[in-house]
Design a protein around this ligand. Structure first.
Ligand SMILES: *[C@@H]1O[C@H](CO)[C@@H](O)[C@H](O)[C@H]1NC(C)=O
Ligand SMILES: *[C@@H]1O[C@H](CO)[C@@H](O)[C@H](O)[C@H]1NC(C)=O
Ligand SMILES: *[C@@H]1O[C@H](CO)[C@@H](O)[C@H](O)[C@H]1NC(C)=O
Ligand SMILES: *[C@@H]1O[C@H](CO)[C@@H](O)[C@H](O)[C@H]1NC(C)=O
Length: 796
């Protein structure tokens, strides 16, 4: 009897993965509304991939050529060119490896042959209408050349000029080092290391008609083991003479700036028309200044948590080219505390820091203090131009200005983020941010900046920050979390094409492409579309689709700020209900008295909270089921510990999100009482025991055991009986139909048993178990569950 009981419990009830206690309504912050696996992304056609060449890797340098409709990718020993529409539609490749001599030299210098002694492409910058400037590490011997791409897309040109230039000061020697580069007016600005040892870091300007120029050498006040992340040109005003180049990097704090070793995030500035000094700082920048970028969260104990390891920067242009928004991605330096943050900076705050006091100290044993003395004129950091008058080129700067500039490259005041805090912080997750791109999206109720954040686990987060009452109070909405690479590798490069509405991603193992939006995934009802709060999507009257600001007004429903389907969709409620009911799951589940059962309910939105209602029959009053001894709410559903006969009835799973309630599941639970069950099982056993006696000679075999075996097998082998519910239903119906119909199916089952199983082997139970699991997994659209198969046949 004990065995019988166990087996039925096994079949009709389910073990739980995780019981989260009675408080199922946990906070849903940081939980993506939609989570899409790699498989789901591929199957829904939301991901195109290039899986990499067998003799290459490090697809880290992307150049988006929207005009010619190409994505140029720099990797190990190769330059590749893809169709922007669809990167899976083939590609062109140019192998560009280091010469065998260079490789040998690199090897003799003690470097790793496959990971270091190759030509890793680090620079891809548009040079002119027809050519792209390209540089690689050249097996620890940097090289550059010109890549011809043609004038028009239809030219189909893709070839490398045979002439190779020295790449020193353009590409690093060591492929592990990052390089930031930018080609403006025929001149290449690059932050990189210019020596084999990777110690001489500098910001260079090369190519073009001027003499190359760089930062002061061997002066840790200027640069202290920096890692460059981005270079941008941002105009200061309408006079191009005042144009400034801004650099983003992280580096070791200056000596005396911090007790002990620390990494700081920095923004550096330079004048585009800087030609270096005349007597001092010859061929060195005379307008270089740097300031610290702060990204920190105030702690309850008064100590701030700092995110100092700048990882990536995105400069989002606004209507005013002088004041783009700066988005920075930061991680913590701590080994114990893993966290990431996004901070946003305004150009006003950045310029204010550069116009503030210079950091000064009187000697190695002094503190850094704000410089209080007289600052020479023109103020160091100011570009030579008519705007401020006085001088035409940096070569005319008075000696005292150059001398001051040389010893005061750092500003005393740091730059704080807008609102003095990050807009996004992640500290409780197993991934860290690596890359960011931002898209400005026009929605019905305003403009939103949608962030795409790459992580070190091969995923992309799509996040929008929505002002609650003002810009000082932002609500972070994590719209989607998507797996974009087949392995959990860091996302190393990211480019967004507004024209194509696509995102391109680079990693060690390949290149991926995904659309910026997939509105149809949010659901088939107005309310679902509205709740998603995706600025790209709106309810167009029939479906959730891409929102276009130009389209007709009347039919569009969208509410990003509040995500309130009641105001947006109330007149459509009826229709929604129809739509809703069409995909509302309605099913019958059987349970056995005194056993436990689990009603699974996972709403599509991971942000929704669920609660359960019970109704004895259709027209009865609905009551909320509170978590109690017998009923346990979990994030996956409702667990009923010990079924009682009176638990039969209708269970409604309600998903609540943003104040909007939706019924997502309706379960009709029928509790079979033990008397009926016993009766039923004994009767069945009479009918079939002789078959089992022959087929199964298990030790201490009881009739019930045999029956269980048969039923178990029926579950495994019969194509129409591939679920627990179906099985229980069958048993239940058989009972009701008053037996004696030894069906054709049962006989067939016996046939199959012989073919499939070897009853003497214990192994075979495990085989069945996995087979059953497989069957369960195959059930499309059905509940995912864990069945307690360990308790199978032997545990009498
Ligand atoms: C991209 O191209 C591949 C190969 O031709 C094709 O299978 C795939 O459907 C295309 N994807 C899209 C989104 O058009
Ligand atoms: C890598 O393999 C491809 C063929 O898959 C070949 O065309 C290419 O020349 C190889 N690259 C190098 C650098 O040898
Ligand atoms: C672009 O630059 C390359 C390399 O210097 C040169 O060969 C080519 O003629 C230039 N093209 C145009 C259109 O100026
Ligand atoms: C079910 O539980 C009730 C109450 O504990 C008990 O009286 C009854 O005998 C149990 N039935 C079975 C079949 O174990």
């Amino acid at each position: 009897m004990g065995f019988l009981w166990g087996s039925i419990v096994l079949l009709c009830a389910v073990a739980l993965l995780r019981v989260e206690g009675s408080e199922a309504q946990q906070t849903k912050n940081n939980v993506p509304r939609l989570k899409l696996s790699y498989k789901e992304m591929l199957e829904s056609k939301n991901l195109e991939t290039f899986e990499g060449l067998s003799n290459s890797s490090a697809y880290h340098t992307l150049f988006l050529d929207e005009e010619k409709g190409r994505l140029v990718v720099g990797a190990k020993d190769h330059i590749l060119s893809f169709n922007l529409l669809n990167i899976s539609k083939g590609y062109a490749q140019i192998p560009w490896s280091a010469s065998p001599t260079r490789r040998d030299e690199c090897k003799w210098a003690g470097k790793d042959v496959s990971r270091e002694c190759a030509n890793f492409i680090k620079v891809l910058q548009p040079f002119n209408q027809t050519h792209v400037y390209v540089c690689g590490t050249g097996a620890f011997h940097p090289v550059c050349s010109y890549l011809e791409v043609g004038k028009k897309p239809e030219d189909g040109v893709f070839k490398l000029e045979p002439h190779v230039e020295n790449g020193r000061g353009k590409s690093p020697y060591d492929p592990k080092l990052l390089t930031a580069s930018m080609l403006i007016d025929g001149e290449l600005y690059a932050g990189t290391a210019a020596d084999f040892m990777g110690r001489d870091f500098a910001i260079f300007r090369t190519l073009g008609k001027h003499h190359p120029i760089r930062t002061e050498q061997h002066d840790s006040r200027w640069l202290n083991d920096p890692r460059f992340l981005g270079i941008y040109l941002i105009p200061e005003n309408d006079n191009p003479e005042d144009d400034k180049i801004y650099l983003f990097f992280r580096e070791n704090a200056m000596e005396g700036e911090h007790a002990g070793k620390a990494v700081y995030a920095r923004i550096g500035q330079l004048c585009k028309n800087d030609l270096g000094g005349h007597r001092s700082l010859v061929n060195k920048w005379t307008t270089f200044l740097k300031a610290r970028l702060i990204c920190s969260v105030p702690g309850s104990n008064g100590i701030d948590t700092h995110f100092d390891e700048l990882q990536d920067v995105f400069v989002l242009s606004t209507k005013d080219p002088k004041s783009p928004l700066i988005y920075g991605i930061f991680t913590t330096s701590s080994n114990i505390f893993k966290g990431s943050a996004v901070c946003m900076y305004s150009m006003t705050d950045i310029r204010r820091a550069f116009l503030g006091p210079y950091a000064h100290r009187d000697g190695p044993n002094y503190q850094w203090v704000p410089f209080q003395g007289r600052v020479p004129y023109p103020r160091p950091g100011t570009c030579p131009s008519k705007t401020f008058g006085g001088f035409d080129t940096t070569k005319e700067l008075p000696d005292e200005v150059v001398t001051f500039a040389r010893s005061h490259p750092a500003m005393f005041n740091p730059v704080y983020p807008i609102n003095h805090r990050p807009i996004i912080v992640r500290t409780d997750v197993d991934y860290q941010f690596t890359q960011i791109v931002v898209d400005k999206v026009e929605a019905e109720d305003g403009q939103y900046d949608v962030m795409f954040i790459g992580t070190d686990m091969g995923t992309v987060l799509k996040v929008v920050c929505i002002p609650r009452t003002s810009w000082h109070d932002l609500e972070e909405v994590l719209l989607e979390e998507m797996v974009v690479f087949r392995e959990p590798v860091p996302v190393r490069a990211m480019e967004l094409s507004t024209k194509q509405q696509q995102l391109y991603l680079g990693s060690d193992i390949g290149v991926s492409q995904m659309p910026l939006h997939r509105c149809e995934i949010y659901g088939k009802a107005c309310a679902e579309c509205c709740l998603a709060r995706d600025p790209y999507c709106a309810w167009d009257g029939t479906e959730c689709s891409r929102y276009f600001p130009m389209a007709k007004r009347r039919t569009r429903r969208q509410d990003i700020r509040n995500g309130d389907p009641l105001t947006q969709c109330s007149d459509l409620q009826h229709q929604d209900e129809l739509n809703g009911l069409a995909h509302l799951q309605d099913k019958t589940v059987y349970g056995v008295e005194n056993s436990s059962t689990f009603l699974e309910c996972i709403p599509k939105s991971q942000r929704a909270a669920t609660y359960w209602q019970y109704q004895h029959s259709t027209n009865d009053r609905k009551q909320e089921i509170k978590s109690a001894e017998r009923f346990i709410h979990t994030s996956q559903g409702l667990l009923i510990r010990t079924l009682e006969k009176k638990d039969s009835g209708i269970y409604l799973c309600q998903a609540v999100e943003h104040g909007f309630m939706q019924t997502v599941l309706k379960v009709n639970l029928e509790v079979i009482d033990s008397e009926h069950l016993e009766e039923l099982l004994h009767r069945d056993e009479d009918a079939t025991s002789h078959v089992h006696a022959r087929d199964f000679s298990l030790p201490r075999e009881t009739p019930n055991q045999k029956l269980w075996y048969r039923d178990f097998l029926s579950l495994v082998n019969h194509p129409n009986l591939n679920s627990v519910d179906d099985f229980c239903e069958q048993v239940w119906k058989r009972e009701r139909k008053h037996q004696r119909q030894k069906s054709h199916a049962v006989q067939q089952m016996h046939h199959q048993q012989k073919a499939v199983v070897n009853p003497h082997s214990h192994m075979h139970a495990q085989g069945l178990a996995s087979k059953w699991k497989l069957l369960q997994e195959k059930q499309k659209g059905r509940n995912r569950r864990t069945h307690e198969l360990e308790r199978a046949p032997r545990s009498v």
